[in-house]
Design a protein around this ligand. Structure first.
Ligand SMILES: C[S@@+](CC[C@H](N)C(=O)[O-])C[C@H]1O[C@@H](n2cnc3c(N)ncnc32)[C@H](O)[C@@H]1O
Length: 246
């Protein structure tokens, strides 16, 4: 499938609006088992998924696979997995030889789960430092760190699909969370020169609102990858880079 190459205003015009509300709600019906222990297998690894921790899906794997095959290159780079969840991104980045791996999540249970899986599957490696961080986006993240690569599979669904706070945290906080993410990335000057930020979101989210918010904070979005599922869902991996400062 041809991948769109537009950026800026042209990209905004090309992005689809959100799917109809009933369809978004139907597609994102909460998993009743979020509060139980589950298992996840990927790339030959077994992960135990404790209660409250997000079970990766096909959207997660769009990032995981790109980290694994080097399409998103983290070797020798300072990398942050925002919304680390189960910890798959952190594990892959450690094994791919990132210089520093910051695994950030607002949910202490997810950060602890990431730490356990990282220690088990990666362990100590010369030249790679693992830093688990409990933070509300970057609120709680150390000052002075300059990130080369950031990935985020955010809970961007634009409609409330549950009143359960753990489901909301994992699925449907919506665009305001992305606004905070872009605001803090640039406002706190967290990006190294040439940094790349990857955000994955579908048309169950407000794609135009997300792209507009990035641009309002001096980040230039482009479509790194687009996947069209067979149910009208279109999932975009955006790559965002900071506009050159005058
Ligand atoms: C859709 S899940 C993605 C998890 C994992 N990265 C993956 O792709 O499988 C979203 C993650 O973002 C985390 N999250 C939600 N709000 C957050 C916030 N304000 N700050 C940091 N992490 C947050 C959730 O706890 C959850 O782990």
């Amino acid at each position: 499938m041809a991948q769109p190459t537009a950026t800026g205003r042209e990209l905004l015009e090309q992005l689809p609006g959100p799917l109809p509300v009933p369809q978004i709600i139907a597609l994102n019906q909460p998993k009743v088992d979020l509060h139980t222990y589950r298992d996840y297998q990927w790339n030959g690894w077994d992960f135990e998924v404790p209660p409250g921790v997000f079970l990766p899906g096909a959207t997660s794997r769009m990032i995981h696979e790109r980290l694994l095959d080097g399409t998103i290159e983290v070797r020798d780079k300072v990398y942050a997995a925002m919304g680390a969840g189960l910890g798959v991104e952190a594990v892959v980045a450690g094994l791919r030889g990132a210089r520093e791996v910051y695994a950030i999540d607002v949910h202490p249970g997810s950060v602890e789960t990431t730490r356990r899986h990282y220690e088990r599957l990666v362990g100590r490696r010369a030249g790679t430092r693992f830093v688990p961080v409990v933070a509300d986006v970057f609120d709680g993240f150390p000052d002075g760190v300059k990130l080369d690569v950031v990935t985020f599979n955010p809970p961007a669904v634009s409609q409330p699909v549950s009143e359960d706070p753990d489901i909301v945290r994992n699925v449907c906080v919506g665009t305001p969370l992305l606004i905070t993410f872009f605001e803090q990335l640039t406002g706190r000057n967290l990006l190294a020169p040439g940094a790349e930020v990857f955000v994955v979101a579908s048309n169950t989210a407000d794609l135009r609102g997300i792209a507009r918010a990035a641009m309002a904070h001096g980040l230039r979005p482009e479509v790194h990858h687009l996947h069209e599922w067979d149910d009208a869902v279109r999932t975009y991996v955006f790559r965002l880079r900071q506009e050159a400062r005058a």
